[in-house]
Design a protein around this ligand. Structure first.
Ligand code: FE2
Ligand code: FE2
Length: 164
């Protein structure tokens, strides 16, 4: 049986991942509204990935004999200003998720909860990729003009992104 504290932490993280999905959809809508459908697709796929993360927590809780509990989602920022600003917010969001995963890992380590530690390793690796992804986009978007050639090339590339 999982310690209560760990159940709560895993459950919160599941809800947090759904919130991340919600937030990425709000970012997608900025791009949809501006006609940058490739970027919009990129963020919709990103939202799907977050939903997939949330469901990993769901299934782990079930496997451990626990019942997932759902909370109301915090409203995301619906008033984004620019693609670069969105990319910066994405990175900040991922960094916050990383901190949250690390905190659960610390808790699981404290309790010598090996199944949870094992389960969380996937997320530690995933967060390295997530942060790298947005750091890269920030770098590409810095100093280029929105709607310019390079930007439109990125838009075309992002139209190809699929859930892996
Ligand atoms: Fe995630
Ligand atoms: Fe993420």
């Amino acid at each position: 049986m999982l310690p209560k504290e760990i159940v709560t932490a895993l459950n919160n993280q599941m809800n947090y991942e759904f919130e991340a999905a919600h937030s990425y959809l709000a970012m997608a809508s900025y791009f949809s509204a501006h006609g940058y459908h490739g970027f919009a697709n990129f963020y919709m796929v990103q939202a799907e990935e977050e939903r997939f993360h949330a469901m990993k927590f769901y299934h782990f809780l079930v496997s451990m004999g626990e019942r997932p509990h759902f909370k109301a989602l915090t409203a995301p920022n619906n008033m984004h200003e620019s693609p670069l600003h969105i990319a910066k917010q994405s990175l900040e969001q991922e960094q916050a998720v990383t901190r949250s995963i690390y905190a659960i890992m610390d808790l699981a380590t404290e309790h010598k909860e090996h199944a949870t530690i094992q389960f969380l390793h996937w997320f530690v690796d995933e967060q390295v990729e997530e942060e790298e992804l947005f750091r890269d986009i920030i770098q590409k978007l810095s100093g280029i003009s929105v709607g310019g050639d390079y930007f439109m090339m990125m838009d075309k590339e992002f139209a190809e992104r699929k859930m892996h």
